[in-house]
Ligand binder design. Structure first.
Ligand code: ATP
Length: 456
C-alpha cells in the first residue's frame, strides 16, 4: 500500500514539476470552410503537421477531438463539428503556438477564398467550468453571441483569440468537451484528387474488426465517403483507435491519400439527448417523457405526427419515413407512455415539433369495452338511460345487474422498448443499434496509438 502511494506521489511530483515548465493549451477551431471547399478537420491536420514539426517539444495530451454540436443549428455546412487540440508545450513557446495558428489560418483561408466565419482560440485554463457548460449548451441549444462573450470574459486572461467569426461558438464549445464521457473515434483520410475507395480491399481490412466498427456500411454499401467539395476522402468510425489503423493502408483507396488523422469524438453517443421537463423549444435537442394524447396522424408520404403530454405540458413529435420510426409511431394508441428524443424544429401553425431520433414505448394494454349481451336473445344491449340499466333493442329484455364486457386486445409484439433509426438514417451524434452495450467512460489522455501519418 505504502509502495503504491509513494509511486503515486512521485508521479504527481513529476507531473507538477513538468507543468511548472510546460503550459497546457486547449486550442478550439471551427467553421474553417467555404462553399468552394476546405474543412475544419483538414485545417487542423495541416496546422498540427506544421506545429509539431516546428515545436519538437510539443506533446498531445489527448487525441485531437472532433466534437459534434447541435444538429438543429441552421448555419452548419454538414455535421456541425468543431475541433479541439490539447497540447503541453514549454511555457516560453505559448506565443509561438498562437502565431503558428494565426499564420496557418491566414494561409488556409487565403487559399480557400472564404473563411469569414472562422473561429479559433487558445485557452490556457482548461478546467474552466464555464467552457464545459458551453459545450452542453452548444450541443443541446442555440448559443447567442452575447452569452458566449460573457462566458469567455470569465475564462479570463489566459485566452488568446485568433479568429472571432461565428465559428467561435463551436471552437470554444469543442474545448469544453473536456469531460469523462462515452466516446468513439474517427479516422479521417484526406485526398489529393478524386474520391474513391476499393470496396473489396476495405471489407478485407474490416475482417475480424466488425465489433470495433460502426456506421461504415449498410447492406454491402459503404457509407464512408462524403459528397461535398471538401478535401475528405473518407471517414471511418470505430470504438477504439487501434482498430482504425487497419484502414490507413493506401491500397484501400483508389483515390490518392494526402494524409490521415485519428480523432476522438462524441459521435454515436446520443450525448445531445438530455432529459427535458418542459416541451423543447425550436433549436433545442433532448428527450420528452409523456403519454400519447392524440391518434397518430399519418401525413402525405408516410410521415407520422403524434401529440404527447405530461403534467400539463404538451408537445408534438414527428417520425419520418426514412428513419424507419414512422412504422412504430403508427401503432401507438392514446394512453401509451413514450420517451421521444430528437431535435426540435419550428413548424408553421404548430410551433415546435420534435424530429424524433429515438423512441421508447411502454404500451398500455389494448382494452376493448363493450355493452353486455342480452342473456335472452344474445343481442348487444343498449343503455336504458342514466342509472336505469340496460335494455335489449331486439327482444326488449331489461336488466340493471349486467356489467360492461372488458376484453384485452393484442398489441404489436415488437412495440415495447427502444426504437432507433435504420442504419442509413443515422446522423453523427445518434447512437446506432450496434453501439448499445458498448458505452465506455473515456478520459482525455495522451494518444496510445499512432494517430496521424506525420507521427512516427
Ligand atoms: P465544417 O466541418 O466545415 O466545420 P460544419 O457542418 O461543422 O462544417 P460549420 O461550417 O462549422 O458547420 O458551421 C456551424 C456554425 O454554427 C459554426 O460557426 C459554429 O460556431 C456555429 N454553431 C455551432 N453550434 C452552435 C450553437 N449551438 N449555437 C449557435 N451557433 C452554433
Amino acid at each position: 500500500m505504502r509502495a503504491l502511494s509513494s509511486v503515486r506521489s512521485s508521479k504527481e511530483a513529476l507531473h507538477s514539476s513538468l507543468m511548472s515548465v510546460f503550459a497546457e493549451l486547449h486550442i478550439g477551431i471551427d467553421d474553417v470552410d467555404s462553399p468552394r471547399g476546405g474543412c475544419t478537420t483538414h485545417f487542423t491536420y495541416v496546422f498540427l503537421r506544421r506545429l509539431l514539426s516546428e515545436i519538437l517539444e510539443a506533446r498531445l495530451i489527448d487525441y485531437p477531438n472532433l466534437v459534434r454540436l447541435n444538429p438543429a443549428i441552421p448555419f452548419k455546412t454538414r455535421g456541425n463539428g468543431g475541433v479541439a487540440v490539447r497540447l503541453a508545450v514549454p511555457k516560453g513557446l505559448v506565443s509561438r503556438v498562437v502565431d503558428i495558428l494565426h499564420e496557418s489560418l491566414d494561409y488556409y483561408i487565403g487559399e480557400l477564398g472564404g473563411g469569414g466565419d472562422a473561429g479559433a482560440l487558445v485557452v490556457e485554463a482548461p478546467a474552466h467550468e464555464g467552457l464545459r457548460r458551453l459545450y452542453w449548451k452548444a450541443l443541446t441549444d442555440y448559443v447567442h453571441r452575447d452569452y458566449l462573450m460573457t462566458l469567455l470574459e470569465k475564462v479570463g486572461d489566459l485566452t488568446h483569440y485568433v479568429r472571432g467569426g461565428r465559428g467561435l461558438v463551436g471552437a470554444a464549445a469543442a474545448i469544453g468537451w473536456y469531460i469523462p464521457s462515452d466516446c468513439t473515434y474517427e479516422l479521417i483520410l484526406y485526398r489529393n484528387g478524386e474520391r474513391c475507395v476499393d470496396k473489396d480491399a476495405f471489407m478485407m481490412a474490416a475482417r475480424g474488426l466488425t465489433n470495433a466498427l460502426f456506421s461504415n456500411w449498410v447492406d454491402g454499401k459503404l457509407l464512408v465517403m462524403p459528397h461535398g467539395p471538401d478535401p475528405v476522402l473518407a471517414g471511418i468510425r470505430g470504438e477504439d483507435p487501434s482498430a482504425l489503423l487497419a484502414f490507413t493502408d493506401p491500397k484501400i483507396y483508389c483515390g490518392s491519400v494526402s494524409g490521415w488523422m485519428i480523432y476522438r469524438t462524441n459521435q454515436g453517443t446520443n450525448q445531445h439527448h438530455i432529459m427535458r421537463a418542459d416541451a423543447l423549444r425550436p433549436y433545442q435537442t433532448g428527450c420528452f417523457d409523456g403519454v400519447v394524447v392524440s391518434r397518430p396522424e399519418i401525413r402525405k408520404g408516410g410521415d407520422v405526427v403524434i401529440r404527447v403530454a405530461w403534467e400539463g405540458v404538451t408537445t408534438y413529435a414527428a417520425f419520418f419515413r426514412e428513419t424507419g420510426l414512422s412504422g412504430v409511431a403508427r401503432s401507438l394508441l392514446i394512453g401509451d407512455a413514450v420517451r421521444v428524443c430528437g431535435t426540435a424544429k419550428y413548424w408553421e401553425r404548430i410551433g415546435a415539433v420534435i424530429h424524433a431520433e429515438t423512441l421508447i414505448v411502454w404500451p398500455r394494454p389494448a382494452v376493448t369495452v363493450r355493452n353486455p349481451r342480452c342473456p335472452r336473445c344474445g343481442a348487444r344491449m343498449k343503455s336504458a338511460g342514466k342509472r336505469k340499466g340496460w335494455k335489449c333493442p331486439k327482444c326488449g329484455y331489461r336488466s340493471s345487474e349486467l356489467r360492461r364486457e372488458i376484453t384485452l386486445g393484442k398489441r404489436e409484439p415488437l412495440l415495447a422498448g427502444l426504437h432507433v433509426p435504420r442504419d442509413e438514417a443515422i446522423k453523427h451524434l445518434i447512437k446506432p443499434r450496434q453501439r448499445y452495450g458498448k458505452e465506455k467512460v473515456c478520459v482525455p489522455s495522451p494518444p496510445m496509438t499512432r494517430w496521424s501519418d506525420f507521427t512516427p
